[in-house]
Design a protein. Structure first.
Length: 430
């Protein structure tokens, strides 16, 4: 897979990339020398006005979980005195859907909508699909158009000097109707696993594109100014903004354990998953395991992990999905109760038994109340008090008996609560 540059519509830089598997057409993270022209790094100058071609910025943009976040540098667009445009091409698309996702952080925008990037049918100064920005009462707004037709602007007020994830979608409708252009705008850390139902802006007005075969970047005297980064062009939602697409995440519990299950419908460069857990009421998450990912896969994948030997309590779980380049995204955060049991007076057999030098004893109560759990030797002498407190009914209580200072032999665990009592034999075998 090649990594290329970006295209601007008044200063248009177009990047050419070969088609790759999984429907991914372009990945551009601007890993070039700072201040160099994009035209020197694989982008093509479009048109005749190119006095100040788009340059590589000193730093890239970050967006939680996005595959193009925090890699390389970025591309700078400015309000140039002349119209400058660069472009990057890829395998021509004439049917289906094409997605163009990118990170945008603008410091300014004109009072009249002006386009800064979009789709082109070739590496030439013709831009049938345009993404616009506008300053409306000191707020930033985004919109789309097909060529020079009326611009469909969104109504959401965004902030300047803030990084957003934008996804431009072009749908070829063929003989069934006019092609459609949709624009989605997301605020960090929102990273949806599936395409949202309502776009920020949409239009079918204007001339349809003969093909989609390039992206472009543009700057001119009336253009917006800022940084563009993390470009991904693909033929599916999961390959553009979200390379690993989760289908579900669930946690099932047993008396002293939890089983996590999750699935993906597709994966790209998926290194794997960190399993993280915390006790509800505490702040810190702890990594408890790692499960390797499938790398790249276009078919559904199922995963699971079993967390065992837990103390009774309430726990939260989440999955940290990690790409090969180190970018990551969190999923889940499900809370479960461990240690639930039937409301009955019961003393479990200790485990292990025989034991050396320690063993675990568990019990449950039929009603809330005070309970005691003591250990006696064969002479009836008390050698340890393991529990002497209030306990909840239907909640498994676990205690550890450490017999490291006692001789080998037969011992008895005795549970008492109210008028009820129960005993179990235990063997300390050294």
């Amino acid at each position: 897979m090649k990594t290329r540059g970006k295209a601007f519509a008044v200063f248009a830089c177009v990047v050419l990339m070969s088609a790759v598997a999984w429907g991914q057409l372009v990945v551009e993270n601007f890993s070039y020398t700072v201040s160099e022209d994009l035209a020197n790094n694989g982008w093509t100058v479009l048109g005749t006005n190119n006095a100040t071609n788009c340059n590589v910025s000193s730093s890239g943009l970050s967006y939680s979980g996005y595959a193009g976040s925090g890699i390389g540098n970025g591309a700078t667009i400015v309000a140039a005195s002349s119209a400058d445009e660069v472009g990057l091409g890829f395998t021509s698309q004439t049917s289906g859907i094409v997605f163009y996702s990118l990170l945008v952080n603008l410091s300014s925008a004109p009072s009249t909508a002006s386009y800064i990037t979009g789709f082109a049918p070739s590496l030439a100064a013709s831009f049938p699909v345009r993404l616009h920005c506008q300053n409306v009462s000191s707020n930033l707004r985004f919109g789309v158009s097909k060529g020079t037709s009326t611009t469909a602007m969104g109504t959401t007020d965004f902030s300047f000097s803030t990084t957003y994830l934008l996804v431009l979608k072009y749908t070829f409708n063929g003989s069934t109707g006019d092609d459609q252009v949709d624009l989605f705008v997301f605020t960090d850390p929102s990273l949806p696993g599936s395409e949202p139902g309502t776009p920020e802006a949409t239009t079918t007005t204007g001339t349809d594109a003969s093909a989609i075969a390039a992206i472009f970047l543009r700057q001119d005297a009336n253009s917006g100014a800022g940084t563009i980064d993390g470009i991904r062009v693909a033929t599916s939602w999961s390959d553009a903004p979200l390379p690993v697409q989760f289908v579900n995440f669930s946690v099932m519990t047993s008396r002293l354990g939890a089983e996590l299950q999750w699935s993906t419908s597709s994966e790209i460069n998926n290194y794997g998953f960190d399993i993280e857990r915390r006790t509800v009421g505490s702040r810190g998450w702890s990594k408890i395991a790692f499960v390797a990912g499938a790398g790249t896969s276009t078919s559904p994948r199922d995963y699971s992990y079993v967390d065992v030997n837990l103390s009774p309590g309430r726990y939260a779980y989440r999955i940290k999905q990690i790409d090969n380049d180190g970018t990551f995204q969190y999923y889940g955060n499900a809370e479960v109760e461990i240690g639930l049991a039937a409301k009955e007076f019961r003393l479990e057999s200790n485990y292990p038994n025989p034991f050396n030098p320690s063993t675990t004893i568990a019990f449950t109560l039929a009603e809330d109340g005070k309970a005691t759990l003591k250990v006696f030797n064969m002479l009836g002498q008390e050698v340890a008090t393991l529990f002497n407190s209030e306990a909840q009914a239907g909640r498994l209580q676990q205690v550890k008996f450490d017999a490291s200072q006692l001789p080998s032999g037969l011992y008895f665990a005795k549970l008492e609560a109210g008028k009820q009592q129960m005993m179990r034999k235990m063997v300390l075998l050294r």
